[in-house]
Design a protein. Structure first.
Length: 154
């Protein structure tokens, strides 16, 4: 098995909207917008807002559960879901406080993506699993954002 770079994804984040302590942890809801996707086989932007229904464990581990919609540059619509685990570091906390970017190695954010599409040009995504890593990448106007590097398991 090898990893093949599929695309990068950047997004701006609104929130958190704190739902509160729920049966599985402290639930936060984040709105995700202004997403861009660019890569060798997939380029486009998000269609509408996406959402992350994040859980925060008692030990501070972040458990992401994100759904977004993508509109490719050539007009196809894809649905994407990614789940992941984030372990914020002191560097990430400081960067968020000062509206600065981090490097991928500054924190541990790992994701597993599933994409689906009914357009025959993108049928290949229905048969693939994708994994990724993320970093803090401010979106401007004191808004956090993230950049993800996504790889197809080949």
């Amino acid at each position: 098995m090898r990893l093949e770079h599929a695309f990068n994804y950047t997004t701006a984040v609104l929130g958190p909207h704190v739902v509160g302590q729920c049966p599985f942890g402290l639930r936060h809801y984040y709105e995700m917008e202004q997403g861009l996707v660019h890569g060798p086989r997939l380029s486009g932007r998000t269609l509408g807002a996406g959402a992350d229904w994040m859980l925060v464990d008692p030990d501070g581990v972040l458990r992401m559960d994100v759904r977004i919609q993508l509109l490719t540059d050539d007009g196809a619509i894809l649905c994407a879901r990614y789940r992941g685990i984030g372990e914020p570091s002191e560097r990430m906390r400081s960067a968020m406080e000062h509206d600065e970017p981090t490097q991928f190695e500054d924190q541990r954010i790992r994701t597993c993506w599933e994409l689906e599409c009914g357009d025959p040009r993108y049928a290949w995504v229905n048969r693939c699993l994708f994994v990724g890593e993320a970093r803090l990448c401010p979106a401007g106007e004191d808004r956090p954002g993230f950049e993800h590097r996504i790889y197809r398991l080949a």
